[in-house]
Design a protein around this ligand. Sequence first.
Ligand SMILES: *[C@@H]1O[C@H](CO)[C@@H](O)[C@H](O)[C@H]1NC(C)=O
Ligand SMILES: *[C@@H]1O[C@H](CO)[C@@H](O)[C@H](O)[C@H]1NC(C)=O
Length: 207
Amino acid sequence: MQSFTCSKLPPHNGLGAIITLFLFSFFTSVTITCSAKPHLKSSNTEFIKTSCAETLYPELCYKTLKPYASLIHTSPMELANASLTISLKGAQSASNMVKNLSKQHNLSPKEASAIMDCVETMGDSVDDLQQSLVAMEGLDGPDFAIKMSDIQTWVSAALTNEDTCMDGFSREKGMNRKIKVIIRRYIVKVSKLTSIALAFINRLSSA
Ligand SMILES: *[C@@H]1O[C@H](CO)[C@@H](O)[C@H](O)[C@H]1NC(C)=O
Ligand SMILES: *[C@@H]1O[C@H](CO)[C@@H](O)[C@H](O)[C@H]1NC(C)=O
């Protein structure tokens, strides 16, 4: 079975060509795909690209949100929601990672203490993002401004907690370099993802 797309239709032959191809396909069971979907799809990713360009981390933003294009379409609300979901997933895995690190036995007291602080702040960050995602569900009901302001507060708090975790490792001297690198890789990324989500949420509130 063969298939044709719109771009493979002969140019300038208009309706005649379409009817001919239709009859042709009817009798030969060649499928002709001629829907508006390819165009829509590209406008979905275009929306994500232009929206991401306004954040501090356009590339990370586009790379992580592109797989959600068919859910987001061109909705600023779905964009903020998807971005928040990605940020929560990142925070959960970073939180698990620091919990794992805290179970290592060869930690100095300083390292153990910085990691325990991180376990706490990352746990708070996960809670804040989770709360925000729940509140997003009810945003189209009454009290938009109050709910929006709660979400902004929680996502900002999540970002602060992530930065606090990071700072614990940057500030302290004599930390195991390997641990520092692992923590940095996870937390810096999460904090960028959260900053992106906050940008989209702030834009919702000012729309
Ligand atoms: C943490 O440890 C658990 C159990 O060992 C493992 O399944 C999980 O993948 C680890 N998570 C991270 C983020 O390292
Ligand atoms: C936000 O995304 C989650 C999945 O990540 C979905 O379950 C939920 O319905 C979405 N909420 C809104 C308001 O679109």
